[in-house]
Design a binder for this molecule. Structure first.
Ligand code: BGC
Length: 255
């Protein structure tokens, strides 16, 4: 129970990687603020699962692409638990569109949900940690595509590349306050964001062949890295990204 007494906020926390992160942090002893934008029932089920792990959770409906709603999310966590210690900027979407076809609306959606939310989530959480006078951890869920082009997914790559530099710059700025900022860069993970690939056996075979470990990750394998970064074992890790991608970025087998 290394995170006993800690409070973690997980954006996009009721599905995919976010859900696994909420469960992983709760298993390590943290109480959880689960941010969500839809599916109250899924959030309720998750809260119950967290309770069976001996931790407490609240669900807060907030569209984190709006700064006032992000502020409300963090305020709700403080109102319930008295403080926050771990901010996980996880919410993400992709549109799978190229440079030539991406519309302004698609660009704005992808950049605001992935990057703007992480920027202001970092800012608001850090301000709260400084106000509390406690150290803290900010963990940005990026992607191999913070560094690795994905043709046909341009806005997403831009957003993740921005999160890479957010992690590095905020990590440098916030270290004197005792706040560590790190990124986790997954490769392909079995979550709703990859549903269309998972439904297509030919695409799946191609993807598995491109991944040195031979398969997609389970969400819990990404959550394990987040739990490490939230804990004492990661006391010297900041302003960088840990990739959990089964080796895909280093592979010479193209997608
Ligand atoms: C994207 C997936 C993609 C994976 C590996 C993830 O960040 O969300 O669509 O399959 O990276 O390329």
């Amino acid at each position: 129970m290394s995170l006993k007494g800690k409070v973690a906020i997980v954006t996009g926390g009721n599905s995919g990687i976010g859900r696994a992160i909420a469960l992983g942090l709760a298993k390590a002893g943290a109480n959880i603020v689960v941010d969500f934008i839809s599916d109250v029932a899924a959030t309720e089920t998750l809260k119950q699962e967290i309770a069976t792990l001996g931790a407490e959770a609240i669900g807060v409906e907030a569209d984190v692409s709006h700064v006032d709603q992000l502020q409300g999310l963090i305020d709700a966590g403080v109102a319930k638990f008295g403080h926050i210690d771990i901010m996980v900027n996880n919410a993400g979407v992709e549109t799978r569109t190229s440079v030539l076809e991406t519309t302004e609306a698609q660009y704005d959606k992808v950049l605001s949900i992935n990057l703007k939310s992480a920027f202001f989530g970092t800012q608001i959480a850090a301000r709260q940690m400084i106000k509390q006078g406690t150290p803290g951890r900010i963990i940005n869920i990026t992607s191999v595509h913070e560094d690795w082009p994905m043709p046909g997914n341009t806005a997403y790559c831009l957003a993740k590349g921005g999160m890479r530099m957010l992690t590095r710059t905020a990590g440098v700025e916030l270290a004197p306050h005792g706040i560590l900022v790190a990124g986790v860069g997954p490769g392909a993970v079995a979550t709703p964001i990859n549903l269309s690939t998972m439904k297509d056996p030919a695409l799946m075979a191609k993807l598995d062949a491109a991944i040195p470990v031979g398969r997609m990750a389970e969400p819990g394998e990404i959550a394990n890295v987040v739990v490490f970064l939230a804990g004492e074992g990661a006391s010297y890790v900041t302003a960088t990204t840990i990739f959990a991608d089964g080796g895909i970025m280093q592979s010479s087998v193209g997608l």
